[in-house]
Design a protein around this ligand. Sequence first.
Ligand SMILES: Cc1cc2nc3c(=O)[nH]c(=O)nc-3n(C[C@H](O)[C@H](O)[C@H](O)COP(=O)(O)O)c2cc1C
Length: 217
Amino acid sequence: MKVEEAITQRHSTRAFTDQKISEDQIRKIISLAQLAPSWVNSQPAHVYAATGTTLELIRQRQANAVRTGAASKTEVPTVSRSSFPKEKQDNMAKWYASIPDAIGSEWQKYNNDAALKLYNAQLILYLTLPKNHAEWSMFDLGLFADNILLAAKEQGLDSMTAYYLVMYPQILRETLPISKNERIIVGIALGYKQDDATINGITSEREPVDDVLTVVK
Ligand SMILES: Cc1cc2nc3c(=O)[nH]c(=O)nc-3n(C[C@H](O)[C@H](O)[C@H](O)COP(=O)(O)O)c2cc1C
């Protein structure tokens, strides 16, 4: 697969099939992700790959927490949409407005159902950084994460990067061997896309390239 194909064919996938992912596949994806550049080769990322009964326990505990309305607090603070610059708020509003057109007015129900099941992912990668990480490490982790998404795509796997996956860090800390010296940043669900799931009909557009690019001659 060409890099361009992997980039253009990657989309956030909110419903996966029951097909499992082997440990060899996980190792291959993460070893490719490790080739991302980082500040002075500091390599700040750590990955906890939750599968099998551990993942089922997380799924069950998170569903209970959501159903009972337990308060959630991510370790990277969430920010309100209104704190983004106006044009970026417009991008977000446009994306939300496109969802009912793509999958119908019941979209929130589909989304909530899919999220409650953690998208039926058979593998979730939880990405952490050292607790007192340098600000640059967050940039490094983004590069590392995108390598995961593209390496997965080459293996026929789709992905879902989500805040939702780390909204109850305490559950993750009680089920995974995450040390207190680490900060939980984000979750990436990987799996085989369920092609006939309505929720996977969500699409997204991008700003015209000239809005994000200034070529200076
Ligand atoms: C850090 C991060 C967190 C995200 N969290 C969520 C989430 O909690 N729920 C969700 O439905 N989508 C989430 N997304 C997916 C974005 O909505 C999606 O990437 C965006 O709409 C562009 O669509 P695409 O990934 O299909 O290209 C998240 C994406 C990123 C990068």
